[in-house]
Each structure stands twice: as structure tokens, then as C-alpha cells.
Design a protein around this ligand. Structure first.
Ligand SMILES: Cc1cc2nc3c(=O)[nH]c(=O)nc-3n(C[C@H](O)[C@H](O)[C@H](O)COP(=O)(O)OP(=O)(O)OC[C@H]3O[C@@H](n4cnc5c(N)ncnc54)[C@H](O)[C@@H]3O)c2cc1C
Length: 384
């Protein structure tokens, strides 16, 4: 049987970032690692593709730039039920398509000498002594450590860490052509449907699909079950009518309590949990990758692959603290006291700017202006 020190299951942003960071911190170990993904890349992923500025900082730390088609968003509009909140800031967000972005990351990993095998599905995992047998569509691999980077439905989690359902949200989206030549540089978050019972929000992001401007519109719900009808109706309305193709996917959320490691196993990215307030996970996937590479390197150096400290290392990291705060905000903003929190948020433009910069992971020095100015041009598709 083939033997490997590390098998990374999943070549999305979390798996690719783990391998790329491992190459930085421990090139010898990286050469004994393999990344497996069931898909052939470029592959699509149901995702709005919004990247907060912190994502670009993380790419820069890896010596990478955003070398794929994207729309830079400089203005945001937030609807909460009172006057809309408008925010103008250079580079609030960048919107990419996942087929291009994820392929770029995996190509970078390959170019740096990481072995990546696409079209290889992991079918089961089991322990054999202190090692893990990874059964794949391309044969068996005996691994000393497995990184579960296989997304919200993680087989690695279900097989080796815990089998419970966990905290899982749901998001649905559709791409709608704008009929224009140039994409708008504004996005919209709309929380008004909370009053009608949605524990989440609607969005419109400008994006490029095959080079043509589109709106990516979507609905996020903290509740995964029993919301299909409501989400479908909201999505049709936001897309401007029925008939557009809906794509839906679960998003596993980080709650700070569920296990994210077991002997020989680390979970990263959505397999460990994305943030609960907006369902954002790409920047976190890259952050998880950096932390995981350090954890793997130190575990192999010490000869201790229990990963007993991984949950705590994540919890206490700046990323873990942010994830926990966002989980708390999600409970407040989508809970019974929601109107109070939105009212407080609307009170101060300064608080909004601080909140935005904190969320985006940019320094306090970043120029930001937030106001109650409802007159923002280039509106995304309006709700009827
Ligand atoms: C509708 C929607 C909109 C979203 N919008 C945003 C957004 O705008 N911004 C943002 O930051 N986040 C967004 N997210 C969340 C984001 O998509 C995820 O957080 C992100 O994809 C997590 O990356 P990952 O690498 O952990 O997992 P994934 O991207 O899911 O990658 C997992 C990989 O594992 C592979 N895999 C799975 N099982 C196996 C197996 N058994 N064998 C081999 N390979 C396997 C898959 O093929 C896949 O390539 C959105 C999610 C949804 C559903």
C-alpha cells in the first residue's frame, strides 16, 4: 500500500492553503504530502465568490496575487428596515468565480512542488493502529496524518471525528445577467426579510460569468431545514422572477465547541466551520490552512500526532476569536432581540465603519466612510 505522511482530503481553498503554507514552513514535510480531490479542476462550487480584503492579504503572504477575473467592489448598501446604510471604501470586497479562483490556488500548489491528484474520490477512512487507511477511487493510502479539507459535508469529519449534524446553515444563489457591458461596483446586503421570519439575509454581488457582467443574488439562512420554500421565493424575487437556475448548498458553521480534531486528524475550512453571521468562509479557509501547516509541522517534529491542542489553537487564534464573535452576533442579529441590534447598528456611521473594517480584517488606518446616504447609484436588482 502507498504510504504518505500527510493526506489532505479536498483541494478547495482550505486544502490548497494548507499545502501551500506547509511548503513555506516545512518543505520536507510538504514533499511527503498529497492533496486529493474528487473533482477535476477547474470545478465549480456553489458560492457567491466574495473575498474580503483580508483574503488578498493572505494571498500576498503566500506570494500570490488575485490573478483571475474579478470585480472590485467599492460601495456597499445595507438594508435593515430603516434608512439604508451606504458605505464607500476602495476595495470593500473582490468578487471572483470559484472555478477560476480554486484552480489558481491548486495550480500554485502544484507549481511549488505539491503533489495534487484530481478526480480521486476518498471513499472511506479507517484507523489501523496509529495510522489511517484512506481508501480512494485510485487505490489505498496509509497516512500518518489526514487533513479534512473536504467541505461542509466532510467525510473525514463523519468517519474519524464526530458524526453529529452540527450547526449547519443553508445558502441559495443564482447568477442573473445584467445586460450591461461593465459590472457595477456596488454590492447589497438586505436584512429586511428577518421581519418575515428569515434567520439570515439576501445579497446581490456584481460578478463576471465568462467575462459578462452578472448579479450573483442569494439568500442565506441560519436554519438549514424547513426553509426551502421561503428561500426559493425570496431568491426568485431577488432574481427578478422565477425561471433562473437556483443552486443551494449547506455551510457548516464554527461554534467553538464541536470537535475539529482527533488523533491523526485535523479539520480545516468548512469541515471545521465557517463564520455564522454572513456564511463567509474563503478567507477563513486560507487562515485555517496557515494554522494547520504550523500544527502539522510541530506535531511531526515532536513525534506527537494526537493534535490534542488543535481545537484550542484555533479557538485562541485571532481567526478563532473572530469566528466566535461572529457566532455570537449571528445569534443576536437573527434572534428575538434582532430589532434592537439593527437599531443600534444604524445609530452611528462610525460604528458601522469600525465594524466593517473589523469584519474585512483591515487596519484601523484604512479610509472608510459610512453614512445614511440612500442615494447610491448603480443599484443592484431591487426587491419588488
Ligand atoms: C451559496 C453560497 C455562497 C457563498 N458565498 C461566499 C462568499 O461570497 N464568500 C465567502 O468567503 N464564502 C462564501 N461561501 C462559503 C464558501 O463557499 C466556503 O466557506 C468555502 O468554499 C470553504 O472552502 P473549503 O476549502 O473548506 O471547502 P470547499 O470549497 O467545499 O472544498 C472542498 C473540496 O473537497 C472536495 N471533496 C469533498 N469530498 C471529497 C471526497 N470524499 N474525496 C475527495 N475530495 C472531496 C470537493 O470536491 C471540494 O473541492 C458561500 C457558500 C455558499 C453555499
Amino acid at each position: 500500500m502507498e504510504e504518505r505522511d500527510i493526506v489532505v482530503v479536498g483541494g478547495g481553498p482550505a486544502g490548497a492553503a494548507t499545502a501551500l503554507w506547509l511548503r513555506e514552513v516545512d518543505p520536507g514535510l510538504a514533499s511527503r504530502c498529497v492533496v486529493l480531490d474528487r473533482a477535476e479542476f477547474p470545478r465549480d462550487k456553489t458560492c457567491a465568490g466574495g473575498l474580503i480584503p483580508h483574503t488578498l492579504e493572505l494571498l500576498a503572504d503566500l506570494g500570490l496575487s488575485l490573478d483571475v477575473p474579478h470585480v472590485r467592489v467599492d460601495r456597499a448598501r445595507v438594508e435593515t428596515g430603516g434608512s439604508p446604510v451606504s458605505v464607500a471604501q476602495e476595495g470593500i470586497c473582490w468578487v471572483i468565480r470559484r472555478c477560476e479562483f480554486d484552480a489558481m490556488l491548486l495550480d500554485a500548489a502544484r507549481a511549488r512542488g505539491i503533489e495534487v491528484r484530481c478526480g480521486i474520490k476518498v471513499e472511506s477512512l479507517r484507523r489501523e493502529g496509529e495510522r489511517i487507511v484512506v481508501e480512494t477511487s485510485g487505490g489505498s493510502i496509509l497516512a500518518r496524518a489526514v487533513v479534512g479539507a473536504d467541505g461542509s459535508g466532510s467525510l473525514v469529519r463523519r468517519s474519524l471525528v464526530e458524526s453529529g449534524p452540527g450547526w449547519v446553515a443553508r445558502a441559495s444563489m443564482a447568477d442573473v445577467p445584467t445586460g450591461r457591458d461593465v459590472p457595477d461596483e456596488i454590492f447589497e446586503f438586505d436584512f429586511r426579510s428577518i421581519r418575515a421570519g428569515l434567520a439570515g439575509y439576501e445579497w446581490s454581488f456584481p460578478c463576471l460569468v465568462d467575462g459578462r457582467p452578472h448579479w450573483n443574488v442569494g439568500v442565506y439562512s441560519l436554519r438549514r431545514d424547513g426553509e426551502g420554500g421561503r428561500i426559493g421565493r425570496l431568491l426568485d424575487r431577488r432574481a427578478g422572477g422565477p425561471g433562473v437556475r437556483h443552486q443551494a448548498a449547506p455551510i457548516r458553521l464554527y461554534d467553538g465547541r464541536s470537535p475539529i480534531a482527533a488523533p491523526g486528524v485535523l479539520l480545516v475550512g468548512d469541515a471545521a466551520g465557517a463564520e455564522a453571521l454572513l456564511g463567509e468562509g474563503i478567507s477563513f479557509a486560507l487562515d485555517y490552512g496557515r494554522l494547520a501547516a504550523a500544527e502539522l509541522s510541530s506535531g511531526f517534529a515532536r513525534g506527537d500526532l494526537s493534535f490534542a491542542g488543535w481545537s484550542e489553537a484555533v479557538r485562541r487564534s485571532p481567526m478563532g476569536r473572530k469566528l466566535r464573535r461572529l457566532a455570537m452576533f449571528a445569534r443576536l442579529f437573527y434572534g428575538p432581540t434582532s430589532p434592537i441590534w439593527f437599531f443600534l447598528m444604524r445609530l452611528s456611521g462610525r460604528v458601522q465603519a469600525i465594524g466593517l473594517n473589523w469584519y474585512n480584517g483591515v487596519g484601523a488606518s484604512t479610509r472608510a466612510s459610512a453614512s445614511f446616504d440612500p442615494g447610491v447609484a448603480g443599484r443592484p436588482p431591487a426587491r419588488r
